[in-house]
Ligand binder design. Structure first.
Ligand code: CDP
Length: 784
């Protein structure tokens, strides 16, 4: 039953989420809810070492456990050419280790048994004889001459360097720096963190030995792309593979890569002839699946004495772990290169970025951001804050002086990307007004006189979301378009099928609203289906906030296609010429006489019962939409903190978030998305961290060490919105899901720096813990 709502569900209506009805009753259908007849269970034996040569693997004890059906090793997979698989970044990754293990937690062998606990106990009995090698735990160490070679199996790989990318104009940037009155520098680090969705990753692989058909229930953010990659890796005919991504309990980028567990479970089901289920536990998820960030960044900003920015130089070094498995379009460091210049009008910029292999888990995913946007946005906002501090300027003044002006859009950035639209001063002004900025600055000045530490942090971010266009953006060669198929039934009810896949974003509601807006069918009458590759049109999936700008656009376009056909039928019913038919909110009428009308439901019925001669029956269509450009949401976030001098404890007093994601389809859903992002941003700024000791042991492999914020710690948010529609999008919507995580970490850290900057403390890396702040205060002799 769907909650009754007086709203029809047009764009702009905050109707309740249709899907929540089943979720709040515990009736969702998640991966672990799937139970098939005769299903076996898989457990993985993982490496305890970060870097070690495998001398031998003895599976006899595991095999002897009653209930164990099979033990799979890399050697067995190698016989089927499945010991290695391609990654989303064009590298290779071990499915099960054969020669060496290269990170702690790497998959070494799998046990398939008739019970999950038997599988797990038996996996622990597998004896692996390791020859431990020195571990490389930082990218700087990795690139030193003579560092242990991690990828020694790769032909031609002589060191641990992975990639070098550049963007912008070096000569022009050098010129800008030569003209500058001053150069502000910042070295900073965006630490490794983990998307940690509530539901971990898993698969139920069901390969029918008689037909060769493989039905794979998978926690996948990109089921269609995964099906194609599975077909290529496993050599199965693509039409025989059906991936079903059921309800997903959060993805945040973590469910984009293909993990070894998926591949082994599928191979095992194929070899054994029974369904095989594999579901990670929490620690497995934290230590072995796609982490995020881990970027060492240094930036230089060239400025005139009046605060006008002239140029930007950036060097970044990313720690990619043992296999380069980033989810990343192939042509450039997407996100990072797009918005490294932030919201600012810069004449010149030059960015260099390198990656290195280390003995850590692979998979730099877009953790609730559009590829590397968060890292880039953090760097530029921290740099601008440093410049304001050094030049004794108000952090809002320096930003206002340098913002790209509304009339400059579409704006070509110094790194060569076109920003579609924006009004940065308006978003900032609204945030300042909401906060009561000037009053708080006065309070801060008073407090400073008394030696109290209060800070106000600013971050004005620009996001880039909605990949494609396909000619510039592809994942593993697959162009980044997306699709929508709409079928209106005779009674006027509809089914919308999409190539994207919700992991909790509320697509079943918001995408229905797009159809409501375009065709006038109430949202409650539109069923939205996603995630089943046999029953939805091909798409690249949901991550990096691309669903609304691409899948949402496809939905609007297919609705318009149907509206055009419906007009022909309406003309027939109204005995008028098609050219005279007008449409408004679900009604077709003859121009000038709105009382003589037919509803979309009348027309839908006629599409199956009473058609004009020569017109095909039915009311359905499909659209594959390739956007002409990305969309660029933006916003300004303000944070007020109070710091205890004695303990270094940082208390967030206020957090104001003004976001602009163009036209909001469902404002309540958008606010929920932003709440999630702001919570994550807070977590990253103050709590979340995965580190490694010098032997490569992962510290942060459980929720006692890896601190996720709960409602208890998370500060309240005060929200505001401006609306600057995207000129490219058929309904003017920009994506939003990621923005808050992009903007808020810098706002939080800038607030801390604002509180302590006058004492000469210019930089504190995330997570900003009390002991770090206390140590910094102590070093300056400022602690009590
Ligand atoms: O790709 P993903 O669904 O993660 O991100 P998104 O496209 O930014 O959308 C997140 C959720 O917010 C979806 O349910 C969207 O339909 C909704 N949204 C909206 O209602 N209005 C917007 N302008 C943008 C997103």
């Amino acid at each position: 039953m769907v909650v009754e709502t007086p709203l029809k569900g047009n764009i702009g209506d905050s109707i309740k989420r249709k899907e929540d009805d089943r979720f709040i009753r515990g009736k969702g259908n998640y991966l672990d809810d799937i139970v098939l007849p005769g299903m076996l269970h898989m457990s993985i034996n993982r490496s305890p070492f970060a870097h070690a040569r495998i001398k031998s693997i003895n599976t006899a004890a595991a095999q002897a456990v009653p209930g164990v059906v099979a033990v799979v090793t890399g050697e067995l997979l190698a016989q089927h050419k499945l010991a290695w698989m391609p990654t989303l970044s064009g590298d290779t990754q071990a499915v099960l280790a054969t020669d060496k293990v290269r990170f702690q937690g790497q998959e070494v062998a799998c046990v398939i048994a008739n019970d999950p606990y038997v599988a797990r106990d038996a996996a622990a009995l597998i004896e692996v004889d390791y020859d431990v090698l020195p571990a490389v735990v930082t990218p700087q160490q990795a690139l030193q001459a003579g560092a242990p070679l991690i990828r020694d199996e790769k032909e031609g790989q002589k060191d641990n360097h992975i990639y070098h990318w550049e963007a912008g104009d070096k000569a022009k940037t050098d010129e800008a720096f030569a003209k500058a009155d001053r150069v502000v520098k910042l070295d900073t680090f965006y630490p490794r963190c983990h998307p940690s969705p509530l539901e971990t990753c898993g698969i139920v692989a069901d390969v029918n030995p008689a037909t060769g058909h493989a039905t794979l229930y998978m926690t996948s953010q990109a089921p269609h792309a995964h099906r194609t990659l599975f077909a290529i890796v496993a050599g199965l005919p693509e039409q025989n593979i059906r991936i079903i991504s059921p309800d997903i309990g959060g993805g945040f980028g973590n469910k984009v890569p293909i993990y070894p567990g998926y591949v082994v479970a599928t191979a095992a089901s194929l070899l054994i002839g029974k369904p095989v289920k594999w579901v990670e536990d929490r620690s497995e998820n934290l230590i072995s699946t796609g982490f995020a960030r881990d970027f060492h960044m240094s930036g230089e900003l060239a400025l005139r004495n009046d605060g006008r920015m002239l140029g930007l130089r950036v060097k970044m070094l990313s720690d990619n772990g043992a296999f380069y498995a980033d989810a990343q379009p192939t042509k450039f460091r997407a996100g990072l290169f797009h918005i490294v210049t932030g919201s600012y009008d810069l004449q010149a910029a030059h960015v260099e970025t390198d990656g290195a292999y280390t003995n850590k888990a692979p998979g730099g995913v877009a953790y609730r951001c559009s590829f590397r946007v968060t890292e880039a946005s953090y760097l530029i906002e921290r740099l601008v804050e440093s410049a304001a501090l050094e030049m004794k300027m108000d952090p809002t003044e320096i930003r206002l002086k340098n913002f790209i002006k509304p009339e400059q859009f579409p704006y070509m950035s110094a790194t060569g990307f076109e920003y579609d639209s924006g009004d940065y001063p308006r978003a900032m002004q609204l945030a300042l007004d909401k906060l009561g900025y000037q009053e708080l600055r006065k309070e801060q000045a008073e407090k400073r006189k008394k030696g109290e530490l209060m800070g106000i942090g600013v971050a004005s971010f620009t996001e880039v979301v909605g990949a494609g266009p396909g000619k510039h953006y592809d994942i593993a060669g697959l162009r980044m378009f997306d699709s929508a198929e709409l079928r209106v039934h005779p009674t006027g009810k509809a089914i919308l099928k999409l190539g994207v896949k919700s992991q909790g974003q509320g697509h079943e509601t918001t995408f229905a609203q797009i159809v409501t807006e375009e065709l006038g069918i109430p949202a409650v009458d539109i069923e939205v289906q996603e995630g089943d590759t046999d029953n939805t049109p091909y798409g690249l999936g949901t991550y990096a906030s691309r669903s609304t700008p691409v899948g949402g656009a496809a939905t609007a376009m297919v609705s318009r296609k149907l509206r055009d056909k419906a007009k022909k039928i309406a003309a027939h019913l109204l005995e008028a010429s098609e050219a005279d038919i007008e449409f408004d909110h679900g009604k077709f009428f003859v121009r000038g006489s709105p009382s003589k009308s037919k509803t979309i439901q009348d027309v839908a019925f006629a599409a199956y019962t009473n058609l004009p001669d020569g017109l095909e029956a039915g009311l359905e269509g499909v659209t594959y939409y390739d956007p002409p450009n990305m969309t660029f949401p933006f916003g300004t976030y303000l944070v007020v903190v109070d710091i205890d001098r004695g303990t270094g404890q940082v208390k967030v007093r206020r957090m104001v978030a003004v976001d602009d994601c163009g036209v909001r389809i469902n404002p309540m859903v958008v606010e929920g998305q932003i709440h999630g992002g702001l919570t994550e941003g807070f977590g990253i700024a103050f709590m979340e961290l995965i580190t490694f000791d010098e032997e490569g042991n992962c510290i942060g492999s459980n929720f006692t060490d890896y601190l996720l914020p709960t409602a208890w710690e998370t500060p309240k948010f005060e929200m505001g919105e401006t609306v600057t529609p995207s000129p490219h999008h058929p309904i003017g919507a920009k994506g939003v899901g990621e923005s808050a995580t992009v903007g808020s970490p810098a706002a939080y850290v800038n607030a801390v720096i604002d509180a302590v900057g006058h004492l000469g403390i210019r930089n504190i890396d995330m997570p900003v813990t009390s002991d770090k702040v206390w140590a910094a205060l102590n070093e300056k002799g400022a602690a009590e």
